[in-house]
Structures are given as C-alpha cells and as structure tokens.
Write a protein that binds this ligand. Structure first.
Ligand SMILES: N[C@@H](Cc1ccc(O)cc1)C(=O)O
Length: 449
C-alpha cells in the first residue's frame, strides 16, 4: 500500500509543470509569467533556491522549497540547491523581526553538512545513486565564490549597482527600520549577497530562474535587477506562498519547537504524528503544497474530508507520503507500527525508548523492584497507583468487565499480579483501561512509593 515517492516518472511538459504549480496554489508571485512560460518551453532550464544553514537540520519550513526544486527536476529541469555558507554568516533580515546572532564558522560547516545530506532525500544529484539523467541536481555553497571576493572589489562590482533608495523600499528593510530592533548595516547588505549569487549562477551555470518563499521576493527581484545591470540578461523569479495554518500561524511548529527532518531531533513517529494531527482546514493545503499526490486523488481526499470530518483519511495519506519521503520505508513502517500500538496493537519487540515515546503524553507512575519481587504487585493495586481506577472496587469491576489491558493484552484474572516477567525485558509496562485510557508503570531503581 505504501507508495514510495520516486523521481523517475515520465517527465511532464512545461505546460503541465506550470499548470501543476497553479492548481497546487504554489505560484504566489512571478516576475514575468509569460516570459517564464516561454523560457521553460524553450528547453530544459536551471532553477535555484537558496537555504541558509541556520541549524544542522532542515525543518518542515524548508520542505515546500525542496519540493519546488523536485517538481522542476521531475519536469526535466536542473535544480540547484544552494546552501548559504556565506549568507548564513550574515543572516537574512527578510521576515525576521530581530537582528540575529552570528554563527561561528565551525557551527556553519556542521550545519552545511547536515543540511546537504537531507537534500538528497528530495533531489537526485548529478552522478549519485546511479542517476543518469542530464538534469542531475547540483549542490553549491555560496561560500565558495564569496570567500575570495574582497570587500573593495565587491563594493565596486556589485554595490555600485544598488541604489540605496530602492533597497530602502524593500519590505524586509522597511519593516525593520520602523521597528525597535532596527537593522544593522550587515543585515542591510544581505540582499547584495543573494542578488550576486543569482548573477554568479546565471554566468556559471546558465541559471535564469530563482524561486523561494514569499518572504524572498525582495531578494529575488534585487538579483533580477542586478543581472540586468551586470550582464544584461533577463532573469526570472517566482515565489510560493508561506505554509501557514488557517488561523495564520506558521506550520511545522509544535509546543516542543520545530518539526525537524533529522530523525535524531524529530523521530519518524513524531514526524508522522505531526501530519496525522493537522487540522481538517489545513490538510488539503499541505497535500497540495508538499506532496506529489495527484489531482484526482487530491479531489477524492478533499471530498472525503468535507463529508466525514474527523475521519482523517487525508491526514493519514499526507503523513504516509511525507514520512516515506523523509524517512524512507523503514521510517514509515516504524511510525505506523507505533501508531498501531497507540491504538491497542501488539507490542512485539518494541523497545523501551519507543514505548516511552509513543506514550510520552500518558500519565505514569514509578514503581520499584521491591514492589514486583516476590508475589508481585496486585493488578487491582497497580490500576489505582497508575490512576486508571479510583478504588479497589472499581478496579476489580473493570477487570471483570474485560476492559483492562496490560501491554495491550487483556487481563482476565482479577487476582493477577504484575511481576518482573510482565516487563518483557523493558522498564515500562503499558496499562490500559477501555479503548484509549493509558498509563505507564515505570520501573525505577531505588525507592518508590
Ligand atoms: N535568503 C534565503 C536563503 C538564500 C541564500 C542565498 C541565496 O542566493 C538565495 C537564498 C533565506 O533566508 O531563506
């Protein structure tokens, strides 16, 4: 049933590509739609999107951009994923309300490496994994062309082409100038670096298209102006809308912070759960923006979501698609297995850590080795300790009514004692009353109550 997203499908034509971006709602602003259409149908093009490495991992916020590059690659164009080793040293003020701290060179290198590895999930790079197409993706780092550029030369070549008046008119600059936080000269100059990247890539790689999120419009158009002045060539830009919830919040954030692509930071299970729990009002937009699920299926899922609110068929499909892409078959399997356990499935050889993660939000009670030694801990008592039943009578009745489970297996004997072997080599036991009322018994060294 899992359908792994592969790149090697037949290439859609240019019309198909633009139509697809349109129905998905991915075209927020375009500098010259007609011109871009013509350029794309004149033959394979090169398109770039830049990513500043602000952490060792990308998060959900970058996925729309990576998917945009992927859509172009599938349509036969060459994507360039640019990691901003240089721009990351400065910090883009676009969409940011405060001046940012500078990252150290060592941290930046770690970030560049981490982010580059994740991009391989989305794009097929030239000469890697046996990719033989002519449009292999390129991974470039703007530090490579900026590190040797002297300040004086840069001011003479690039700075000279920037009218300060125009720079002051950009949204990213205006909003900060009017704020208390202000804007340093360093961040004010960020736009020159990104603009120059575009010119550099147009010269070195024939790249004439830059895409980005809607907050990148100012930087992208700055590059187009610079290209006209420095090379006389017409460059193109397009932006995608930002991925926000229906009440206007940025997607990809939970109470515990960002949803990361790195499985060490956000496990495949937590990643999967994030998408399963997207609101009905947001799920179809996520599917359109982030997946390659096609129009027919999209329409079906939209109808189902409308007709049976709360069924979450669209959410599950979204979660399955995204988790398979980012974490592979193994990731989606473990996420789905964990989800089944949450819904009463067998524990099998689920590990301690996995159980603790699946039931992270469930109340728990510590017990000591003493309590399970000898005769063990009476189930009726355990249920009360864990807060699942408020009296011995209630606990006994629940067992009789067949609504008590230990590690998702029904407990039928009210005399049952919880003993060491019930832990199955783990340090937690999952107790359940009824369908979804869970509690954990955690075995801790030393004292307990
Ligand atoms: N400014 C972009 C990243 C970027 C960096 C360099 C570029 O050439 C293009 C884009 C961002 O913050 O998302």
């Amino acid at each position: 049933m899992t359908q792994s997203p592969e790149l090697n499908d037949a290439s859609p034509s240019t019309d198909d590509l633009l139509n697809e971006l349109r129905w998905r709602g991915l075209l927020h602003q375009i500098t010259d739609e007609e011109g871009l259409g013509k350029l794309l149908s004149s033959g394979p093009q090169t398109i770039y999107i830049g990513f500043d490495p602000t952490a060792t991992s990308l998060h959900v916020g970058s996925m729309m951009q990576l998917m945009m590059l992927r859509r172009f690659q599938r349509a036969g164009h060459r994507p360039i994923a640019l990691v901003g080793g240089a721009t990351g040293m400065i910090g883009d003020p676009s969409g940011k309300s405060e001046e940012r701290n500078l990252l150290s060179a060592e941290q930046l290198q770690l970030n560049v490496d981490g982010v580059a590895a994740q991009m391989r999930r989305f794009l097929q790079f030239e000469g890697e994994d046996g990719f033989e197409g002519k449009n292999g993706a390129l991974l470039l780092n703007n530090f490579d062309w900026m590190q040797g550029y002297s300040y004086l030369e840069f001011l003479r070549d690039v700075g000279k082409n920037f009218p300060v008046g125009t720079m002051m008119g950009k949204e990213s600059v205006r909003s900060r100038l009017n704020s208390e936080a202000g804007l340093s000269y360093t961040e004010f100059s960020y736009m020159l670096l990104q603009a120059y990247d575009f010119v550099h890539l147009s010269r070195e790689h024939g790249c004439r298209i830059q895409a980005g999120g809607s907050d990148q419009w100012g930087n992208i158009t700055a590059g187009i102006d610079l290209g006209r002045r420095m090379t006389g060539q017409q460059l193109f830009g397009l932006t995608a809308p930002l991925l926000t919830t229906s009440d206007g919040k940025k997607m990809g954030k939970t109470e515990n912070g960002a949803v990361w692509l790195d499985p060490e930071r956000t496990s495949p299970y937590a990643f999967y759960q994030y998408w399963v729990n997207v609101a009905d009002d947001d799920v179809m937009r996520c599917i359109a923006y982030l997946t390659e699920i096609e129009k027919d299926e999209y329409d079906e899922l939209a109808e189902r979501t409308e007709q049976s609110a709360g069924e979450r068929a669209a959410q599950k499909r979204l979660a399955q698609w995204m988790t398979t892409l980012v974490h592979g078959e193994e990731g989606i399997e473990s996420a789905q297995r964990a989800t089944q356990i949450l819904f009463g499935g067998e524990l099998g050889n689920t590990t301690d850590d996995q159980l603790r993660e699946i039931f992270a939000d469930v109340p728990s009670c510590d017990i000591s080795q003493d309590q399970i030694d000898g005769d063990g801990l009476w189930i009726v008592e355990a249920l009360q300790l864990a807060g699942l039943c408020s009296s011995g009578g209630e606990a006994r009745r629940s067992v009789k009514e067949n609504s008590i489970y230990l590690n998702n297996c029904r407990v039928t004997d009210e005399q049952k004692r919880v003993v060491g072997s019930d832990f199955d080599g783990r340090s937690v036991i999952v107790l359940r009353r009824g369908k979804r009322k869970y509690a954990l018994l955690k075995l801790v060294a030393g004292a307990a109550n």
